[in-house]
Design a protein around this ligand. Sequence first.
Ligand code: CTP
Length: 404
Amino acid sequence: MHLAGKKIILGVTGSIAAYKTPELVRQLIKAGAEVRVITTAMAEGFVSPLALATVSRHPVLNSISDGSSWNNHVELGLWADAMLIAPCSANTLAKIAHGLCDNLLTAVYLSARCPIFIAPAMDEDMWLHQSTRNNVQTLRTYGNRIIPVAHGELASGLVGEGRMAEPAAIVSYLAEVLSEDNKPLKGISALVTAGPTFERIDPVRFVGNFSTGKMGIAIAEALADRGAKVTLVLGPTHLNTYHRDIKLVRVESAAEMYDACMKTFPQSEIAVMAAAVADYKPKERAAEKIKKKAETLELSLTKTNDILASLGKIKKGGQLLAGFALETTNELQNAMEKMKSKNADMMALNSLRDEGAGFGHDTNKLTLLDTRGYNEQLPLMSKRDSAEAIVKHILELRHAEKTA
Ligand code: CTP
């Protein structure tokens, strides 16, 4: 009963996969959930409201008003512990990505404060269209979770990507995130850094790097999903995240990141330094824009504070400190040395020589190392899965520490 007592709103939209939703409702209820179903007008062409009402044991809601009374979308949004939109058509996906609310389902989505799960279902060409890609990406930045689509036969008769995940896979995905059994970090505070830093040269220029913050954001989300209260200190990036257990602190420079970390670290049991912090900053910041005059311009740079090393110096028993090592040569040895010199408990080694790994990619190929001699090379995987592997190792280290 992984979803015992959880109140779930299931939004069903117009896709052939809607015929699977009575079975989905049945499985959610079997897992212990209470389910209310909202359909769009198009959905009812694919699945009977009577079937959904019968399995959910509640009337199916489909419009904001039935003529004499209205379905309070705000109340419904507040009632739910989770909202699941399955199947989510390309049309509804686009609407919710842009805040349109022309039916009860989209109005409830906009009012809901609970975690949202979206199981898309559409033809492969629609799924791969840049506009759908952008909408999915936008929804992720709102903290919505996209349940991966499956590969197989599609309504068009073609075979490809875009099928709704099977009901059993959807239920276990929800259980993984919502189940209280899956919150080993409940009550634990964690600090994560992510993104680049920008070191100003003058009012219009800076010294920076290509980091986007994707990896660190994924780590913050993975920790928060395990129940931790996370402070994410994020350098200047266009990426964003929303999670009710993540406090976002936006900074620009290495000095600002250092200050935010020094303030938060003493209250944190776990710290993961995933930011690409500038090692040097301009010695002086020009008050006015530097004019183009001489043939050459020399910038004088000075070292920034090493945040990971500074935290390593003040680390106390019971605090776990993890760092990243970005290397281009002699990777393993350099990472080991960094772990030792900065007093970190574990390191994730990133090699820029690996295809598909590093700045801006959706994937990463990491090697995890710790002071106990652990050394595992992970395969190329999504940054989200890499983050899960890092958090899993953090949990193992904490467990080993407690049982030592
Ligand atoms: N780091 C930090 N503060 C800095 C520089 C780096 O906290 N001023 C952290 C990074 O977040 C990362 C680790 O230190 O967790 C290693 O960063 P990396 O760039 O690989 O190493 P550096 O120490 O900067 O050494 P080098 O550039 O010589 O490889």
